[in-house]
Every structure is written in structure tokens, then in C-alpha cells.
Design a binder for this molecule. Structure first.
Ligand SMILES: Cc1ncc(COP(=O)(O)O)c(C=O)c1O
Length: 396
């Protein structure tokens, strides 16, 4: 039966990792896959996670299933983190939520829920957006359309075009927005732009769908919720997919949260039953381990402080790397202004160079990143930044 299928090409990012591993050049640089790396190029277990693991090991007494909605301590902690300690919608019991297997799991659960509401639902995603949004949302049956977002020629957000497009979407359409640290461009909306988007959502009636995978990597843990919280203050309904992969360094443990802000408590109860049934129909119940670790960290004062310090250190390091790259490029006298990299947020930036030059950097300098010219800023360090800047200058 399976011979009727056709073989698919390897995933482009994972293929890039494989090519990097094979490359014998001792000076090769990996700026591909989106994982945080320290100065030594490692992705370490956070100190708060290591401590939580000890506590969990000492206290866990059973491996019996958890419930389809997941660990309630985790859910409550995450909702406080995303929506705020004194969130109006939380205090009024208007939020349905489940623990999900990663941000990807959260995106898919919410997509399946949207399909239950209306199988003809359209979701608008930014052009460009994270490549995996297409299969995660599209394979659930949602219709995907794009709104203008990033202008590669000027390395800036096409805000007027974006607003013009979103002003014409249907009142039952869904608009996916990156909560912070836009992947792949690193170009985030300003506070004023978020205010305009929130006002437009209220006027047009579209449902905002906020994907938050990098909370704390942009301007700060609290600051990075600005857009999400503003939307919740502006319209009755918002859906949220959050990931703990990057900011807790829990990539392989698959920890995320799907949340639905409803117009009232009665609707919240309906949405809660539906979202749990969606989860039950896909994987029954989420993995316990990673969510239990986040539960411990978010609900322990000392560990929470350690975590915030660790997230802040990662953010500051990435901002420093951005400056270092821009300075090194300036020192090479490149004929292109890369200062936009300093203004961008989080783990990614578009270098805004054509795919042929990306390929040339790979072939001639063993520098690996995706064809769109998205680089993982965290893959840069004091040792490789000079080589990187020189190679870019030569290629340009
Ligand atoms: C924009 C965005 N959303 C969601 C995710 C999902 O992350 P995960 O499933 O690893 O938690 C990612 C991960 O790269 C992402 O970049």
C-alpha cells in the first residue's frame, strides 16, 4: 500500500543541519536551526531546570497518566506569565487552556478547534512567517492566506500594506500574529503599531491568534506580552499558542500551552470541554515531565528568580551578538547597511541577501543558514564573528 506514496524531499532546515555535521571544515559556522547556543556553541540545560529535575525526581511517586488538559499548576503558572498576575480575563474565569506538546502541539490543537467551529475558516499569516505554520495549520484543514509583513529591500515592516490587507479580511477570519521576536525576520511591531492592530481587530472583528514562542527574548519577560495583553483588552476573544522550548530550554520535552480567551465564563466552559476533546482525539494526554518542571519553576520563588535571571542573560547576550555582528560588518566596510540587525529582536534576523549569496556562503565559507537569509543570532560568538563578517563582506 505504501508504494503508492511519493517520497518527499528532506526538511530544509534539518537537511541543513545534516550538511553542517558532514562538513569537515574546522571553521564551519551553524546559523541554521533555531535553538539557543552559548558562547561555546552548546545548548545547556538551564540551572533552574536542573534544580527542578532534582525536586521532581525526589517527589514523583507515580507515572500514571495525567489528564487531557495537563498539569493544572503548569497551566495556571503559564497563564499568569502570559496574561499577568492581575489579569481581568483570568479573574473573571474567561480563559480555557490545555498543556500542549510544545508550541507546535498548541498551534495544531487550536487549528483543529477552529475547524470544529467552521471547516472553511481562513487564517491570515504574515509574509513571511515561520515555515512550520503552514503544515501545522494547513494540514488541519484551515485555509491559509498571507498578509504583507516584511520588506526585504528596506529591512523593515510594511505596516501600511499590512494594515490595508487586514482591514479587508472577513469578520470570521483569523489573523496569526507573532507575540514577540518574529520568526523568521526578527522585526517586531512597535507599541504604536500593536495599538493600531488591536484597534483594527476591534473594528473588523477578526480573531487574533497570537503565537508566542520567545517570551523574554525580545524586550523582557513582561514587556514581550505587550501586544497579547493589549489585544485581550481590546477584543472579547483571542487565542494563544505558547512554547516553553526556548525560554526554558526544554526543546525535547515538548512543553507548550494552548489558551482561548472567551467572551464570558459560560463560553469558556464550552471551549474548555472542546479543546480537551480535541487533545484527547489526537494524543490523549500531554507528556508530563516538561510541564511538571515548568510548574515547579514558576511556582517556587527562588527558582522563578533563577529562571528570570537566566532568560535575561540569554536576551542580553543575543542583543550583544547583534551589535558585535553589525560592528564587525562595518569594520569590513561592506557596501550595505546592516544596522537594522540591531533593531531586531530575539533569536533571528534576515540578512536580506539573495539565496545565491546564502548558497555561496555555504559552499565557499562553510557558513550554514536557510535560503531566506534567516540567521540564528545565538549561533554567533566572539570566536566566529570575525570570520562570519569577513565571509559576508567577500560574498557581497
Ligand atoms: C514562531 C514559532 N512558533 C512556535 C514554535 C514551536 O515551538 P515548539 O513546538 O518547539 O515548542 C516555534 C519554534 O521554533 C516558533 O518559532
Amino acid at each position: 500500500m505504501f508504494e503508492t506514496l511519493t517520497a518527499l524531499p528532506p526538511d530544509s532546515i534539518l537537511g541543513l543541519s545534516a550538511a553542517f555535521k558532514k562538513d569537515p571544515n574546522p571553521h564551519k559556522i551553524d546559523l541554521g536551526v533555531g535553538v539557543y547556543k552559548d558562547e561555546q556553541g552548546n545548548t545547556p540545560i538551564l540551572e533552574c531546570v536542573a534544580s527542578a529535575q532534582h525536586l521532581l525526581l525526589a517527589s514523583e511517586t507515580s507515572k500514571v497518566y495525567i489528564t487531557p488538559q495537563g498539569n493544572q499548576g503548569f497551566i495556571d503558572g503559564m497563564l499568569r506569565l502570559l496574561l499577568g498576575e492581575n489579569s481581568f480575563v483570568l479573574n473573571h474565569n474567561r480563559v480555557a487552556a490545555v498543556q500542549a506538546p510544545g508550541g507546535c502541539g498548541a498551534l495544531r490543537i487550536l487549528a483543529e478547534l477552529l475547524i470544529r467551529i467552521d471547516e472553511n475558516t481562513t487564517v491570515w499569516v504574515s509574509d513571511p512567517t515561520w515555515a512550520n505554520h503552514m503544515p501545522l495549520l494547513g494540514d488541519a484543514g484551515l485555509t491559509l492566506k498571507t498578509y504583507p509583513y516584511f520588506d526585504k529591500d528596506n529591512a523593515s515592516i510594511k505596516f501600511d500594506e499590512m494594515m490595508d490587507c487586514l482591514s479587508k479580511v472577513g469578520p470570521n477570519d483569523v489573523v496569526l500574529l507573532h507575540g514577540c521576536c518574529h520568526n523568521p525576520t526578527g522585526a517586531d511591531l512597535s507599541k504604536e503599531q500593536w495599538q493600531d492592530v488591536a484597534a483594527l481587530a476591534a473594528k473588523v472583528g477578526f480573531l487574533p491568534f497570537v503565537d508566542t514562542a520567545y517570551q523574554g527574548f525580545g524586550d523582557g519577560i513582561e514587556e514581550d506580552t505587550y501586544g497579547l495583553r493589549l489585544l485581550i483588552d481590546s477584543v472579547d476573544e483571542v487565542i494563544v499558542a505558547a512554547s516553553c522550548s526556548k525560554n526554558f530550554g526544554l526543546y525535547r520535552e515538548r512543553v507548550g500551552l494552548a489558551a482561548i480567551i472567551c467572551k464570558d465564563e459560560k463560553t469558556r466552559d464550552i471551549a474548555q470541554s472542546q479543546i480537551q476533546s480535541v487533545a484527547r482525539g489526537i494524543y490523549s494526554m500531554p507528556p508530563s515531565y516538561g510541564g511538571a518542571l515548568v510548574d515547579i519553576i514558576l511556582n517556587d520563588k527562588a527558582l522563578y528568580t533563577t529562571w528570570t535571571n537566566e532568560v535575561n542573560a540569554m536576551r542580553v547576550r543575543m542583543a550583544t551578538l547583534r551589535q558585535m555582528l553589525v560592528t564587525n560588518l562595518q569594520q569590513q566596510n561592506v557596501d550595505k547597511d546592516f544596522s537594522f540587525i540591531n533593531a531586531q529582536k530575539g533569536m533571528f534576523s534576515f540578512l536580506c541577501i539573495p539565496p545565491q549569496q546564502v548558497q555561496q556562503l555555504r559552499d565557499e565559507h562553510s557558513i550554514y543558514f536557510v535560503d531566506s537569509s534567516r540567521v540564528n543570532i545565538a549561533g554567533i560568538n566572539h570566536n566566529n564573528v570575525g570570520t562570519l563578517a569577513k565571509a559576508i563582506a567577500q560574498t557581497l
